[in-house]
Design a binder for this molecule. Structure first.
Ligand SMILES: CC(C)(COP(=O)(O)OP(=O)(O)OC[C@H]1O[C@@H](n2cnc3c(N)ncnc32)[C@H](O)[C@@H]1OP(=O)(O)O)[C@@H](O)C(=O)NCCC(=O)NCCS
Length: 185
């Protein structure tokens, strides 16, 4: 358990989810537009309550093979803006997969870029990871733009690589190596 987890990244802070985040979290997790290109369906209120309860004191990172969700809060007033996710691969925990979601009203302001840079800094500079990957549906233009904005390299286009929301979906694989991060300074 590491409840003191806190990463300041520009205007945002990455921290544990808290019970006080529930109204904002439940609202955006219930929004079909937020879930459109993600592996989960819109949450019920009960799911949101349970999800926050499981994450308020979760280990960050979680045990290899398990995802942990991390709150993205506005550093000035601690308002929840969205969340990001971190998963060390079970077979190779020096490699992580990440994900990110912002509440619709917080998109288009640069908060996701700042949060992702903070998460990458944590992965490479504190956890000492070798490689971080993210899978993105090519139709998810804001997410594709985000990956490229933070310097992730598009390594592959996997055709119909996942079954989501009743259809086979293509995925771009983005990745960054520790050496890339160090070189970018
Ligand atoms: C993917 C997602 C997190 C991207 O969020 P985003 O807000 O577009 O990304 P950023 O925070 O980097 O914001 C960039 C935008 O803010 C604008 N912006 C405004 N103020 C800014 C500032 N101070 N600094 C940087 N950018 C700023 C940029 O110009 C850019 O606008 P554009 O999209 O019109 O070019 C968001 O679309 C989302 O949550 N989608 C739903 C969930 C999802 O699909 N997640 C991905 C699963 S793989």
């Amino acid at each position: 358990m590491n409840t003191g987890f806190s990463i300041l990244a520009g205007r945002v802070r990455l921290r544990h989810l808290r019970p006080a985040d529930l109204p904002v979290f439940a609202a955006y997790r219930a929004d079909p537009s937020v879930c459109r290109f993600q592996g989960f369906d819109p949450f019920s209120e009960a799911q949101a309550i349970g999800f926050i309860a499981r994450h308020t004191a979760a280990d960050i990172p979680a045990a290899p093979g398990e995802w942990v969700q991390i709150a993205i809060a506005r550093s000035a007033n601690d308002e929840l803006l969205g969340d990001c996710a971190l998963h060390l691969l079970a077979h190779e925990p020096r490699i992580a997969e990440i994900g990110i979601t912002l509440a619709p009203q917080q998109q288009g302001r640069g908060y996701a870029s700042e949060a992702l840079r903070g998460l990458l800094r944590f992965c490479f500079e504190e956890l000492g990871l070798h490689r971080v990957v993210a899978l993105v549906d090519p139709r998810n233009a804001p997410s594709v733009a985000l990956m490229e904005r933070v310097g992730m390299r598009r390594e592959g286009h996997f055709r119909q690589n996942g079954w989501y929301k009743g259809e086979w979906c293509d995925e771009y694989q983005y990745a960054l190596l520790a050496a890339d991060w160090a070189a970018a300074g």
